[in-house]
Design a protein around this ligand. Structure first.
Ligand code: SF4
Ligand code: SF4
Length: 324
């Protein structure tokens, strides 16, 4: 895979600083039952990196000590971590809102038959990638059979009450473009998704988040191989909007890797750009139990235009200010 960092590092990006931590995003490992073309963590069935029980305990201690409102669990397929359910149950017992970045096909994997029930019982919010409502487009990006597996997963979640306002069981979908282009407007695309998935499959969901593809890892490497990297960066830079800077997720989120080291966001984690504190080049979550990082400078470079281009992209989709 081609390294995009030497191309991203020299690109200047406006300086930004952290606010209060509202969300702890925890990557519990890189193992996944899929291996999608656009995966920015390069996950797959053969990855073995996994957060251990001790680090899971530290995450729980951090949530409690720092009174963090939201735990965002990601991977790989986070549900494949052997401590996943313990983490979710303990966080929910503390009253923490828990989001699971679920790939939907995991609900079908042998040994995970009761996963959907577990998530519903714990009132976990599900954020699921669904890059299109058409079979060919999804299978091209995420692998053969993924579309049908995703539809089965969505139906199962709907049967449990997910995606209906009155149940409180939140099911949000994530869209990212197929190629090196900006995502279309979030509102109209959400309406299209709701109409097509509703009419064709009887599926309901709460919201659609649109995200730009980050020029890193597999997608960035693919851009380099096809000679499209510079054009895509130019597109992101031209579409940059200063008003998106206040809403980028790194202001209110800390990303933790499977070893417990912290980053300003998941993308920086994948670029191995750790959150720095003064002289310290790498900070462990255990050091932040009693240390406030508000005001800390965020490590930015060319990839950050993926968050501020056009309507903007965060883990909650288009940024509110620009999308309105
Ligand atoms: S399902 Fe998600 S984590 Fe797994 S390979 Fe695809 S994008 Fe990566
Ligand atoms: S990639 Fe986005 S979230 Fe990450 S540091 Fe840059 S602006 Fe912040």
């Amino acid at each position: 895979m081609r390294d995009t960092w030497p191309l991203l590092e020299p690109i200047p990006f406006p300086a930004i600083c952290r606010g209060r931590i509202e969300t702890l995003q925890v990557n519990v490992g890189y193992r996944c039952n899929q291996s999608c073309v656009h995966c920015h963590v390069n996950a797959g069935p053969n990855r073995t990196e996994e957060m251990d029980g001790e680090t899971i305990d530290l995450v729980l201690a951090f949530l409690e000590r720092r009174r963090i409102a939201t735990l965002d669990v990601t991977g790989g397929a986070p549900e494949l971590n052997r401590h996943f359910r313990r983490l979710v149950e303990a966080a929910r017992d503390m009253g923490v809102r828990v989001m699971d970045r679920c790939n939907l096909t995991i609900l079908d994997v042998p040994g995970q038959e009761d996963l959907a029930h577990f998530l519903a019982a714990q009132q976990v919010e599900i954020v699921a990638s669904m890059p299109c409502y058409l079979l060919d487009n999804v299978d091209r990006q995420r692998g053969k059979g993924v579309f049908e597996g995703s539809i089965r997963g969505l139906k199962r979640l709907n049967e449990l009450g997910y995606g209906r306002d009155e149940t409180g069981l939140v099911l949000n979908l994530v869209y990212n473009p197929q190629g090196p282009s900006l995502p279309p407007a979030q509102g109209p695309l959400e309406a299209d998704y709701k109409r097509v998935l509703g009419e064709e499959y009887g599926i309901v969901f709460n919201s659609l988040f649109t995200l730009a593809n980050m020029p890193i890892q597999r997608f960035g490497s693919m851009l380099i191989s096809k000679g499209q990297f510079d054009d895509y960066l130019a597109l992101l830079r031209q579409a940059h909007r200063d008003e998106n800077l206040s809403g980028v997720m790194c202001r209110s989120l800390v990303s933790v890797d499977y070893r417990g080291y912290v980053y300003d966001c998941d993308f920086n984690q994948m670029l191995d750009l750790p959150l720095t504190r003064g002289e310290r080049e790498r900070v462990h979550l255990s050091e932040l139990l009693d240390e406030d990082v508000t005001g800390n400078p965020i490590r930015v470079a060319g990839h950050c235009f993926g968050c501020t281009a056009g309507q903007g992209s965060s883990c909650g989709g288009a940024l509110k200010e620009a999308a309105e």
